[in-house]
Design a protein around this ligand. Structure first.
Ligand code: ADP
Ligand code: ZN
Length: 755
């Protein structure tokens, strides 16, 4: 690393800056660079190029620069800085280059694009590209040992020394500690041998290279419709260039096999890289195994929970081009690929692709942008494509590839509704007699059943029977959810936990608190009473904390070690359980209550996905939907199997109301500790609302989640016609309103959550 030079402030006597100031006032274009810092600032900042870096700095390079008394790492950015242009003499100098690969042009344009679209600070977007602090330093080296060609004269060969030399004779370099452990000796023995000249020391990077996937391994023989889809993708990958596809195939139709063909094609090119985005990386153990079977190695996995060392290894390998395949959660979209040749977004409809904190972006939409900038094909795959994507396909922007049949002899499961008005569960239970009977039959046949209830915990509400008090979160406007396994009440918004009290906090009556409504834990209780000999598993984010928990559970189900699986939306995610033949949806109406714009669509998708777990192999599956309103269009569509008609009706309704994708939405979320101050800002914003043609503004109104982590929340919604430049309208709107320091405004372009 190059040492930073001392800065001479203008005005100091006889310094070189003074000379420049008075004798050489003309600066050349190379004297300054703009540097984007990974911080939520307005834009890039100008720095002076010191002599020792003259002519060396080009856009994309990582550099260290001074920033308010400390050193920060940033990226040399293209073009002029946005702020006030200071004279060159006032600029601080770039201090040093960072030993990391530069960010390439397509990634820099992506950062600019995402920032402009989401109205975020470019530095906040850049931050997502840098992979964490450890990534910016080269991997440390570790000393390894291998035997010297000949044993030095007079070396005393003790049994311990002999063990070491025998071990290392295989030629594989090992560290002192590895060698000592494997040879069953102390590390001092290894060091002694090194000192005596019997070993050669090698400094090897701590980051082992990733093995390359083998694209020439044979995949399965594809069916007719699979082959048609795979050919279309393969040809496009071979040809290159931006081209979006929608791979719309029913659950179990082989979408993964089809896009694997696209991956294989891309990997045939020597340095090409591919990215597969999946909704929740912790949930993809089966996917990883399938990948390994198909390509001979594990892919590189990227998500927010991986440790610093692994992040560094992956990030640098992506930047150097060594990492050929990355499978990751949405944040993988911001990795510094050297030559991105193909992107797949699997389960493109999944709500978790929308990031709701920090930079609020939709990874599926941004994947299209990234593919465009990288000039490569992109496949969006789903059994239940989002309405936005379907409309893009209808209008010819995406090429539609359809898979209509399940692989092999498997057929889609039969769907039936259980009308809970006619067939209610017994008091205090949640399974109707019909479903109970079906579970019995399934167990008798030696098959597996899955019960789906999208509610974590034991009960969503704890109520006092005496005074009616409901236990709420102290800092949010939510009820606390009882988690009986952990003997706690928990807020699912902020994470607050407290023990379940013995008496009502308000009226102090003992033993008066009752749990209302079911969560998966309560369902577990009922199922274990009803089926005492059945082997049960519960899959929720509370029990599946680490990827290995999920992997273990999935393995247990797939291998037949469990009879009944009870789970939240986790169980809907693409798993393949050959012996699972019955799916019971405990509350099919749940997602429709208090619904927003996409409640129907989302419920439909979720039901199809959970139903898609049943009957995936040779035994046909059955799905029961418990509902108080089986005539609801969502339930009706599920029963008739006519999803296309349902989505067509949804589309028609959205078009009629100019809702996305036929119109545009943007939400403003105002929050702060002082309700009056927040509301005041809302009123000012309403008064300054843009008068533009085709723009309508609603609010401020208290958010449904009116208080979160002690902050009061109000929402405003901008609804615009499709052609309106929403971002420009919002930018000028916000710039006209003064906001005090106690109020935060978050802008959510294309909101998915309306809480
Ligand atoms: P989807 O992703 O559409 O739900 P998958 O790709 O998971 O479907 O396929 C479902 C199952 O069928 C998987 O076990 C898969 O390996 C198998 N399968 C799909 N297509 C084929 C094929 N052409 N040959 C052999 N097995 C296949
Ligand atoms: Zn809370």
């Amino acid at each position: 690393m190059v040492a930073a030079r001392e800065q001479v402030a203008p005005g100091e006597k006889d310094g070189p800056v003074q000379e420049q100031l008075f004798e050489d006032p003309e600066e050349t274009a190379d004297d300054r660079v703009s540097v984007l810092l990974p911080l939520p600032l307005g834009g890039a900042l100008d720095y002076r190029v010191p002599d020792h870096l003259a002519g060396l700095l080009v856009p994309g390079m990582l550099v260290e620069v001074p920033l308010s008394g400390r050193t920060a790492t940033g990226v040399v950015w293209d073009g002029k800085s946005t702020g006030k242009r200071l004279p060159i003499q006032k600029l601080k100098p770039v201090e040093a280059l960072v030993d990391a690969p530069p960010l390439r042009e397509d990634l820099r344009r992506f950062v600019d694009w995402v920032a402009a679209y989401t109205l975020s600070a470019p530095g906040a977007v850049l931050r997502m590209c840098l992979g964490g602090p450890a990534s910016l330093k080269p991997a440390p080296v570790r000393r390894h040992y291998t035997p010297a060609p000949g044993v030095p004269d007079g070396l005393k060969i003790t049994p311990a020394r002999k063990a070491v030399l025998t071990l290392l004779a295989d030629g594989k370099p090992r560290t002192a500690s590895e060698t000592a452990e494997l040879a069953g000796v102390g590390e001092a023995v290894v060091r002694g041998l090194d000192k005596a000249g019997a070993l050669i020391a090698l400094d090897i990077s701590a980051d082992a290279p990733y093995p390359a996937p083998d694209p020439t391994l044979k995949g399965p023989t594809l069916s007719g419709e699979q082959a048609v889809a795979a050919d279309a993708i393969r040809n496009q990958v071979w040809e290159g260039g931006f081209a979006p596809f929608l791979l719309d195939g029913i659950t179990g139709s082989g979408k993964t096999e089809v896009y694997f063909e696209g991956l294989a094609e891309a990997l045939k090119e020597k340095d090409a890289q591919v990215l597969v985005l999946v909704p929740e990386i912790a949930l993809t153990s089966q996917w990883l195994d399938r990948f390994e079977t198909r390509f001979g190695v594990k892919p590189i996995v990227w998500h927010s929970d991986i440790g610093q060392a692994e992040r560094r290894r992956a990030w640098r390998a992506v930047a150097s081009g060594e990492a050929r395949v990355v499978v990751g959660a949405r944040s993988a979209l911001f990795l510094p690929f050297k030559h991105l040749a193909f992107i797949t977004v699997d389960e493109e409809h999944d709500p978790s692709f929308k990031q709701e904190e920090g930079v609020m972006y939709h990874a599926r939409d941004m994947a299209i942008v990234r593919a465009k900038l990288a000039n490569c094909p992109v496949v969006l795959a789903s059994a239940t494509p989002s309405l936005e994507t379907l409309v893009n396909a209808d209008e010819g922007r995406y090429r539609l590839l359809k898979l209509r049949e399940r692989h092999g002899d498997a057929v889609l499961p039969e769907m039936k509704a259980i009308d809970l008005r006619a067939e209610p569960p017994e008091r205090g239970t949640w399974l109707s007699p019909i479903l109970v009977r079906e579970i019995e039959e399934t167990l008798k046949a030696g098959e597996q059943a899955m019960l789906f209830l999208n509610r974590r915990g034991y009960a969503p509400l704890t109520l006092c029977r005496t005074c009616g008090h409901r236990i709420e979160c102290p800092s949010c406007s939510t009820w606390l959810v009882e988690h009986r396994f952990r003997r706690e009440l928990q807020c699912h918004q902020c994470g607050h936990v407290e023990p379940v009290p013995a008496a009502c906090p308000t009226c102090k009556t003992e033993d008066s608190l009752v749990a209302c409504g079911p969560g998966v834990e309560r369902l577990f209780e009922e199922v274990s009473h009803r089926f005492p000999t059945a082997r049960l598993g519960v899959m929720t984010s509370d029990t599946m904390i680490h990827a290995r928990d999920t992997a273990h559970m999935v393995q247990q189900i797939a291998s037949g070690h469990l009879d009944i699986v009870i789970g939240t939306q986790i169980v809907t995610k693409g798993y393949h359980f050959p012996n699972l033949t019955l799916v019971g949806v405990v509350d099919a109406d749940l997602g429709l209550r208090g619904g927003d714009l996409r409640a129907g669509e989302r419920t439909y998708q979720q039901m199809v996905q959970v139903a898609g777990r049943a009957g995936r192999a040779d035994k046909p599956g059955r799905v029961y939907l418990q509902s108080y309103e089986p005539e609801h269009p969502v339930v009706a569509a599920l029963l008739s199997g006519d999803g296309d008609a349902f989505m067509a009706a949804e589309k028609e309704a959205r078009a009629r109301h100019h809702m996305p994708p036929f119109g545009r939405l943007a939400a403003l979320i105002l929050s702060g500790p002082d309700m009056a101050a927040v509301l005041e800002v809302g009123r000012k914003l309403a008064a300054a609302a843009p008068m533009a043609e085709g723009v309508n503004i609603v609010g401020p109104a208290p958010a449904p989640l009116a208080r979160l982590r002690g902050q009061f929340r109000f929402r405003m919604l901008l609804h615009a016609q499709k052609g309106v430049k929403t971002q420009a309208v919002i930018r000028s709107w916000l710039s006209g309103v003064k906001v005090g320091s106690g109020v935060r405004i978050k802008v959510d372009i294309d909101p998915y959550s309306f809480l």
